[in-house]
Design a protein. Structure first.
Length: 241
């Protein structure tokens, strides 16, 4: 018997099986078919002619073979996994940059000799390395030489009581009046507010970003907590000079 005759006979037998199944098992559900095939992983190895005749209607490509569909699914899976891996690597590199920046900044903070130098170091480091737009430190009490840096008591209470959480942080957006008070002439699409002080707040650090999604309420505070600790330790020394 030739290969063409064998193939024709196999197809005729398969069609006969399909007719019998249709006649005898009109109530077969898709779930039963899935279960049957799942329990018999060698089914298509034993009946390769069935696999050759299976076709699927693809939304974009029309009718394609099952093998073509599987290949495309594998390709899509690989592409998705590659995008996920690229995202993980990118985030890891960014996190490393952020960690290194804050570690270097903490050391630079304790080396500053004046309040003006301190603000300059904060701005230069956070702007250059992390792309933030502006950093201000508003004092709650200070020598006459820094009177222009003192925040009025009414504003102090407004930010401490209404904005900062129990840990002394706020991340997110500000109202227009609040932005004007803390960041005059700056966009400040999103901000971080951090109270500074060990036993009680002695200053407020305000950090602005042009990116509305840079500072969000669910942010981790670990690195900023370390910076706050360094500032809480070093700032009183600068103000006492």
């Amino acid at each position: 018997m030739s290969n063409q005759q064998a193939s024709s006979k196999s197809t005729d037998n398969l069609d006969a099986v399909h007719e019998n199944i249709g006649a005898e098992n009109t109530n077969i559900t898709p779930e039963q078919i899935v279960t049957y095939l799942s329990e018999r992983p060698d089914f298509f190895l034993n009946y390769p002619e069935v696999l050759a005749q299976l076709h699927v209607h693809h939304q974009n490509k029309g009718v394609v073979s099952l093998t073509q569909l599987q290949i495309q699914q594998y390709r899509d899976t690989i592409k998705t996994q590659k995008r996920q891996l690229d995202s993980i690597v990118s985030n890891a590199k960014r996190n490393e940059t952020i960690y290194t920046t804050y570690a270097e900044l903490n050391l630079a903070v304790v080396k500053t000799q004046s309040f003006t130098e301190l603000e300059s170091v904060l701005n230069q480091t956070l702007k250059d390395a992390l792309g933030l737009s502006k950093v201000f430190i508003y004092l709650f009490d200070a020598p006459d030489t820094l009177a222009d840096k003192i925040m009025p008591e009414l504003q102090q209470r407004a930010f401490l009581d209404k904005k900062l959480n129990a840990d002394g942080f706020y991340f997110g957006r500000l109202g227009q009046n609040e932005k004007q008070l803390l960041f005059p002439n700056e966009q400040a699409a999103s901000v971080a507010l951090v109270s500074i002080g060990e036993s009680k707040p002695m200053a407020l650090m305000a950090i602005a970003s042009d990116d509305a999604l840079h500072f969000t309420p669910d942010m981790d505070t670990m690195l900023l907590q370390y910076l706050r600790d360094f500032l809480s330790f070093h700032l009183p020394k600068l103000l006492a000079q």
